[in-house]
Design a protein around this ligand. Structure first.
Ligand code: HEC
Ligand code: HEC
Ligand code: HEC
Ligand code: HEC
Ligand code: HEC
Ligand code: HEC
Ligand code: HEC
Ligand code: HEC
Ligand code: HEC
Ligand code: HEC
Ligand code: HEC
Length: 406
């Protein structure tokens, strides 16, 4: 306590002396050259210092000294301040003088507007910038989502530009959970998929989030899955430029990615395959597996990918496909122990409305419908005749007992 108080007093004294000598120089109308940080901090090191408008102009010398720019002189950034008094209007700091690569990339990006997006909008306090590998940095992997989320969340600045809120979805996703709860540095943060300074809209073919580039973007980390996907029919279609085939985010979403074993994912993904394969979806829905799946949210039944695989999806004609006739015993056998050739005659996509594809079923269905129709017609006729007859005997009876019981 005593030591601190003494140091404080000494500091104050020094400041007073410097300020006094500065004033002397100022009054003598000779500007004082200020070289060292300490020269500037004599005044700006006072935590309570504000400018005429009441805006804080204090700089924490200790934090600044520890920051990545701690060895620079104040005037390396505040290039127009060489001494005291200051120029009336201090020029805006140009980070680009030393970091031209980042500045050039930013200029070509969605965040090009330098008023809305100064470097400090992502890097935080200009005097407390740390290397990206330092946990104190605003762009340290674990801090990136919060940094981007300042604007890309409900009520954030991006919302006012008509963009959807992203942060809440992301933070509840498998990646957000891995990052914020498990502290996994290797989990995907905003920067892993979007980049940092050169961020482009997903409609730009050069963007890592452009549809055709997404498998590679996710594949930077999920390498084996990307390799499987590229071998499958969907991956090959995308590689050929057929953008109607699905990429990772069509099935997983970009920001609300769930763990695929979760019930919510298994329940919602069947309709996702079904969005594009409408005919197969409707025939699947007619079958036992789906009927079971829709009863009380039962999730263990066969979903599309349990028979087709999720990533290395192939047509039935491909001998490597799990639904190729030669592989069905193995495919169905994963769940039906003892499945044999006669068991796999069962058709998961049987379509009783299609005469060419399933003639047997078609005629059985036709016969059953005809039977149902004729039985119904017979009983309808029978009921009508019976009604007419009973009315007839009522009228007849009325006549017989003089209308008393009518
Ligand atoms: C003798 C005290 C003193 C010293 C030394 C001093 N300043 Fe200042 N500085 C001030 C005051 C007072 C203001 C507020 C001026 C105002 O309100 O317009 C200020 C304002 C500023 C501003 C903000 C201008 C703005 O637009 O709001 C910057 C930047 C600044 N000083 C940088 C420096 C740097 C860099 C040094 C060292 C090279 C330095 N100052 C040295 C007193 C000082
Ligand atoms: C890495 C560059 C950099 C260095 C080094 C730097 N500053 Fe700054 N300073 C900035 C930026 C950026 C701003 C925000 C205003 C702007 O964009 O011009 C700023 C603003 C200020 C302000 C205005 C109040 C505020 O916080 O917005 C003061 C005062 C100031 N600096 C003083 C100093 C002093 C004193 C030093 C040395 C100890 C210093 N600066 C070193 C970049 C720097
Ligand atoms: C939209 C947010 C954003 C803006 C705006 C931004 N940065 Fe960055 N910056 C980042 C992120 C995120 C990283 C970390 C990149 C990584 O981990 O690879 C980073 C990293 C850096 C690095 C470390 C080297 C590198 O490129 O990875 C420097 C230097 C840097 N930024 C300077 C700047 C400068 C200078 C500006 C202004 C011209 C700026 N940044 C504007 C988000 C931003
Ligand atoms: C006078 C030159 C200069 C200016 C101006 C300058 N910097 Fe730096 N910056 C450096 C130097 C030198 C380093 C340290 C480089 C190193 O250690 O690799 C650095 C490092 C950084 C880093 C950390 C890079 C990493 O490895 O993660 C970031 C982020 C950064 N600067 C951002 C900024 C921002 C934002 C501004 C503007 C407010 C700015 N710089 C202004 C010289 C400057
Ligand atoms: C200071 C607020 C702010 C910060 C911080 C910020 N953004 Fe943005 N971002 C915006 C605004 C505003 C737009 C819309 C730009 C426009 O259309 O003029 C935008 C646009 C985008 C877009 C393009 C959307 C589209 O398709 O048009 C992406 C992607 C994006 N930001 C990602 C990020 C990422 C990733 C980060 C963090 C590294 C980040 N942003 C940090 C405000 C911010
Ligand atoms: C796993 C990869 C991934 C991560 C992590 C990620 N994004 Fe995205 N983001 C994408 C993809 C891919 C798109 C393209 C649109 C789509 O497929 O939905 C996108 C689209 C966007 C858009 C544009 C939305 C629009 O309406 O056009 C913004 C803004 C955005 N992301 C911001 C962020 C922010 C902020 C974070 C971090 C909190 C983040 N993203 C994390 C992959 C990712
Ligand atoms: C920076 C690396 C990285 C990128 C890029 C990335 N991921 Fe991930 N992802 C991970 C990590 C690490 C995990 C594991 C998290 C855990 O288990 O806690 C994960 C988990 C997942 C899971 C859950 C897996 C499971 O079994 O729990 C899915 C699904 C997923 N990611 C899909 C994607 C998609 C789709 C993309 C692209 C839009 C993508 N990832 C981009 C690193 C990444
Ligand atoms: C056609 C839809 C679809 C596409 C496209 C797709 N996935 Fe999947 N993905 C799934 C399904 C369904 C599962 C669940 C598989 C299971 O439970 O057996 C899954 C599972 C996963 C898993 C968990 C590990 C596993 O195999 O169970 C990860 C990680 C993953 N996908 C990432 C990706 C990445 C990265 C891409 C793009 C290269 C991608 N997915 C493309 C539907 C898809
Ligand atoms: C975004 C739309 C889309 C989604 C979602 C989708 N597919 Fe596909 N699928 C296609 C397209 C387009 C093709 C044809 C690719 C080609 O050969 O050019 C295809 C081809 C196939 C084939 C090969 C059929 C044939 O006739 O060659 C199978 C099997 C298949 N998909 C199964 C699935 C399964 C299982 C899922 C869900 C896990 C799924 N698809 C999700 C669009 C989609
Ligand atoms: C119980 C296993 C099983 C399930 C579940 C299943 N399928 Fe199939 N699927 C098959 C078999 C076996 C074939 C090949 C014989 C046939 O066409 O009936 C096939 C054929 C297909 C084909 C045509 C492939 C070709 O090469 O002609 C597509 C597309 C398809 N299924 C999509 C789906 C979709 C989408 C779902 C979920 C809504 C789904 N399947 C659910 C087993 C299954
Ligand atoms: C992911 C696991 C799974 C796969 C793969 C699977 N099934 Fe099933 N299947 C089930 C479940 C669960 C039931 C309902 C419980 C039961 O009766 O065994 C069922 C029921 C059935 C039934 C009606 C009840 C019965 O046992 O006779 C038939 C027929 C059937 N499946 C045929 C197939 C055929 C053919 C294949 C391969 C093309 C197949 N299944 C693949 C899980 C699966």
């Amino acid at each position: 306590m005593l030591v601190e108080a003494t140091v404080g007093k000494v500091r104050l004294l020094c400041r007073a002396i410097l300020a006094a000598s500065l004033s002397t120089f100022v009054f003598a109308s000779a500007a004082v050259a200020l070289h060292a940080q300490a020269d500037c901090l004599t005044c700006h090191g006072d935590a309570s210092m504000t400018d005429a408008a009441g805006y804080s102009i204090a700089v924490d010398g200790t934090k600044f000294g520890a920051s990545v720019h701690g060895s620079l002189q104040c005037s390396n950034c505040h290039a127009d301040i060489k001494g005291y008094p200051h120029p009336d209007k201090v020029a805006t700091v140009e980070c680009a003088t030393c970091h031209s690569d980042q500045a050039d990339q930013l200029k070509g990006s969605v965040h090009a507007d330098s008023k809305d997006h100064p470097c400090t909008s992502c890097h935080g306090n200009a005097h407390e910038i740390f290397p990206k590998t330092d946990a104190r940095s605003a762009v340290y992997p674990l801090n990136v989502p919060k940094t981007c989320g300042q604007c890309h969340s409900t009520d954030g600045m991006a919302g006012k530009h008509g963009l959807a809120s992203v942060y809440p979805n992301y933070i509840d996703s498998i990646h957000g959970f891995a990052l914020s709860k498990e502290g996994l540095l290797v989990a995907a943060n905003c920067q892993s998929c979007h980049g940092s300074h050169g961020i482009l809209s997903h409609t730009n073919p050069k963007s890592p989030t452009y549809k055709a580039n997404i498998p590679k973007t996710c594949g930077n980390c999920h390498a084996k899955i990307d390799a499987d996907y590229e071998q499958g029919v969907h991956g090959k279609a995308i590689a050929k430029g057929n953008l109607s085939a699905p990429v990772c985010t069509d099935c997983h979403t970009a920001h609300a990615i769930l763990q695929p074993t979760e019930a919510a994912f298994r329940m919602q993904s069947t309709p996702i395959c079904g969005n594009c394969h409408k005919d197969k979806f409707s025939t699947y829905r007619d079958t036992f597996h789906s009927q079971l799946g829709s009863l009380g949210g039962y999730v263990e039944t066969a979903r599309c990918w349990d028979c087709h695989q999720a990533h290395d999806v192939r047509p039935a004609s491909d001998p490597g496909s799990p639904i190729n006739h030669a592989n069905l015993v193995t495919t169905c056998g994963r769940c039906h122990s003892g499945a044999n050739l006669s068991f796999v005659q069962y058709q998961p996509h049987a379509n009783a409305r299609d005469r060419k594809l399933n003639p047997g079923l078609y005629f059985v269905r036709l016969f059953m419908n005809l039977l149902l129709g004729s039985v119904l017609t017979f009983f309808l006729l029978h009921t009508i005749l019976w009604l007419i007859r009973s009315r007839y005997s009522q009228v007849k009876n009325k006549g017989a007992n003089g209308g008393k019981n009518a």
